[in-house]
Design a protein around this ligand. Structure first.
Ligand code: DGL
Length: 281
């Protein structure tokens, strides 16, 4: 009689799609990339995630390309020195202004960027009228123009710059009168344009999606790209060499160029993530 194959229990199988043995670095101008971190933690629960919030320099949305490229290079350099094997630019603005610089500097490195979800919005919209909420920097970029040329031709795209919104979200208070007033200001033109689908084109905005839903009306569909970014990170990680050190526990480490206490508090409140935060220069 032949012995049956011994199949290890699923929990013991190594699975790079869940991130086992992988180190993934991500960054944003501040707290916004935590919305991407949240989805990465769900999709790749066995990965080690290294997150840098550049809150000391936020917001990026009103800064120039050269400044953002300089920060993106310095931050990525640090993440690589910490063993990151993939870089996720968890910021639409930094992706628009600096992802090409990072790809030039590290041509072999898997780098995942974030861009407004115009393509899924066009596919989902019934009346083909779509609003895009993003920073002035993202909406003015060549990358955004190319995105619209490529995916927006069958629809009316209404770009809505939101100056000051990311800065307000950085305060950590998601229901302040100031925040509600800004949401109302930026929602009004989209209501007038009768859009039925709205893209959150800044990683800070998913944390106030309920405020936008209220201001835009229940019939408007809101699109966030964090899950798509997590799936893309899974895809690009598939062929990476895993760290064989089985003692390497899955974990999330946080750094900030702003207040460590503030990031620690916000991570606990928004992601239920309790961890120490270090300071990044
Ligand atoms: N969270 C960023 C984005 O996705 C930028 C916000 C800012 O710093 O202006 O665009």
């Amino acid at each position: 009689m032949t012995q049956p194959d011994i199949v290890p229990p699923a929990a013991l199988l190594s699975d790079t799609s869940l991130g086992e043995g992988l180190r993934i670095g991500l960054f944003d101008s501040g707290l916004g990339g935590l919305s991407v971190l949240r989805d990465l933690r769900q999709h790749m629960p066995r990965a080690q995630l290294l997150y840098i919030a550049d809150s000391g320099n936020a917001p990026y949305g009103e800064r120039d390309d050269a400044f953002i490229a300089g920060r993106a290079l310095a931050i990525s350099e640090f993440l690589l020195s910490q063993g990151a094997q993939v870089i996720v630019v968890a910021c639409n603005t930094a992706t628009a202004m600096a992802v090409h610089t990072l790809r030039q500097r590290w041509p072999e490195l898997p780098i995942v960027g974030v861009e407004p979800g115009v393509k899924p919005a066009v596919a989902l919209s019934a009346n083909k009228r779509i609003g895009v909420l993003a920073t002035p920097g993202t909406l003015a970029s060549d990358k955004f123009k190319r995105l619209i040329e490529m995916h927006g031709h069958d629809a009316l795209i209404v770009p809505q710059p939101c100056p000051g919104l990311a800065k307000e979200i950085e305060s950590g208070h998601l229901d302040s009168p100031a925040l509600r007033a800004l949401v109302e200001t930026f929602s009004q033109p989209l209501r007038e344009a009768r859009v039925d689908t709205v893209v959150l084109g800044c990683t800070h905005y998913p944390f106030i999606a309920p405020l936008f839903q209220q201001a835009l009306g229940p019939h408007v569909r809101i699109i966030d790209t964090a899950e798509a970014v997590a799936r893309q990170t899974q895809r690009v990680s598939r062929d990476l060499v895993r760290d064989q050190n089985t003692n390497a526990e899955p974990s999330t480490q946080l750094w900030t160029s702003g207040s460590a206490a503030h990031l620690a508090q916000v991570a606990e409140r928004w992601l239920n993530l309790k961890t120490q935060v270090s300071v990044f220069p």
